[in-house]
Design a binder for this molecule. Sequence first.
Ligand SMILES: [Zn+2]
Length: 303
Amino acid sequence: MPEGHTVHRVARLFHALFVGRTIEALSPQGRFSQGAASISGRSIVAVDAVGKQLFMDLDNDLIVRVHLGIYGAWDVTTHPDNAEVAQILTSLGAPRSRARRFGEWEGDHDAPDIFPPPPVGQVRLRLVADDVVADLRGPTACEVITREQADAIRHRLGPDPLVMTGARGQRVFTERLLGTKRPIGLVLMDQSVVAGIGNVYRAEILFRHRLDPYRPASSHSPEVAGALWKDWGSLLRDGIATGVMLTRDDLSPSERKKALRSAQNRHWVYKREGKECRVCGSVVAMDVMSARKLYYCPYCQAS
Ligand SMILES: [Zn+2]
């Protein structure tokens, strides 16, 4: 599932590509025809992300909310002859790219030389503006809502370190984390406690702090909560900058460079079940916690 860093990257890209421009909106698949019609021909005035939610504000006071969920992805394609828009994509860290996918996996995708490219597969929403096409496939949510509805959704979400900055974010996170007896491994994925953490960051943050995923969240100190909050903020910023969830902090600069290119050495425990823990050498475990796979080291993360 795409985590908070991906959604923030999409928000930044869409801000650069679409804000201030009139867009054409379509639903080639047909499931979003009415929603697309209500925003087509309008201009986008703002794009932002909170956790895994993307909000695009139109000049008619309607807002498009998108949650990619587990399978959702955006494909952004620029005109083959327009180097300027391709450059905006490139500035996100996609060398000489004119087509890029943002989903669970991020990277360049093939694009035909015809522009706009014919829709492939189940495109729920297609946004077109000035030599750019963004196709949305497989989202959990794609809806047109009012400002009041958007505010209510934002209000229900836990803090996102890039949105609720400074001491306030840490205070709200600490209150919510320590206010529940549920296992901390569950609580870190609860979007009303903290927004943007998914399965990869959950497992890796718990390992980085050597925390037992099964221990009640409420049993931790405010100092631990503060450290988790700050760590999540720095991981999120790094993920936004690189487009990669690189969570190991024991790598040399050259190892880090390598890990940015290949997934093998990025993580402490995520998807490493049965392998040796990089710290203690015991076997990394995988359990199912609330229908999601949980990876941890039973020795390093014992209570
Ligand atoms: Zn270990």
